[in-house]
Design a protein around this ligand. Structure first.
Ligand code: ATP
Length: 234
């Protein structure tokens, strides 16, 4: 459903991505792993059209390489950036509704809000509370919930587990697995929590200095001795 070919991104003289090619089938979870600065965020930003990338990006069979960001969002691509970017003075309810701003089916929006609150009950408890009062884990749940309210076909997640307590990490990975398996949403998951990411992913790639160093089925990546040594603590 998304196919990236020979993607190259420069920031001035810095090469952030070099000849990156990968594809993800509908409803599958693809993990993008790698150290700080490997180019993971740049890859997600490029898919949404936030960098001046060279190469080709096809989404559901259409070439979107030079399409504007707003069109990519309309076509069903949603990004949950690192650091969540919530509206702190708005309530949980308002943040969720903002995710649905493009939709014209109020009944469907209500149903989806109920569903998100069922998956993350803490959001129901905090429904009328301002987002600024949420903990890191709760904020991450809200950020994912808000992205789901746009009914995305492709969900781009940038390090959803970073800085969270283990209990939240497990809940968030459970939700990621469930949106792919139960809703058929395709997920591109950038993570430094290599073990957890490989446990939910179907396929994975490891980026090193902007290039794909390894790519394959998640279990074969997890079993690769080079990946084990460098990213799974030996
Ligand atoms: P992290 O895990 O630290 O978020 P990352 O794998 O997501 O890292 P990117 O943020 O994509 O990596 O960065 C890739 C490279 O591009 C790094 O060398 C980074 O310093 C550089 N870079 C990223 N954004 C910019 C920018 N706006 N201007 C200049 N260089 C940048």
């Amino acid at each position: 459903m998304i196919e990236i070919s020979d993607l190259n991104v420069h920031y001035g003289r810095v090469r952030a991505l070099t000849s990156v090619s990968l594809s993800v089938d509908e409803g599958k979870i693809f993990a993008v792993l790698g150290a700080n600065g490997a180019g993971k965020t740049t890859l997600l930003r490029s898919i949404l059209g936030l960098t001046s990338a060279k190469g080709a990006i096809r989404f559901e069979g259409s070439d979107i390489t030079s399409r504007p960001v707003a069109e990519r969002v309309r076509r069903g691509i949603a990004l949950v950036p690192e650091g969540r970017k919530l509206f702190p003075d708005f309530t949980v309810a308002e943040n969720l509704r903002i995710g649905a701003f493009n939709r014209k089916d109020p009944d469907g929006v209500r149903r989806d809000i109920d569903e998100v609150c069922e998956a993350f009950p803490v959001l129901k408890e905090r429904y009328q509370q301002e987002a600024r009062t949420l903990s890191g884990g709760e904020g991450q749940m809200l950020a994912i919930g808000r992205a789901l309210l746009s009914r995305p076909k492709l969900l781009l997640l940038d390090e959803p587990s970073v800085g969270l307590m283990p209990i939240f990490v497990s809940e968030i990975f459970k939700m990621i697995a469930s949106v792919a398996r139960n809703k058929g949403i395709t997920v591109l998951l950038v993570e430094q929590n290599t073990k957890k990411a490989l446990a939910v992913a179907d396929r994975a790639a490891v980026l090193e200095l902007g290039r794909i160093a390894f790519e394959g089925g998640a279990s074969s990546i997890a079993a690769d001795p080079r990946v084990k040594e460098a990213y799974l603590g030996g």
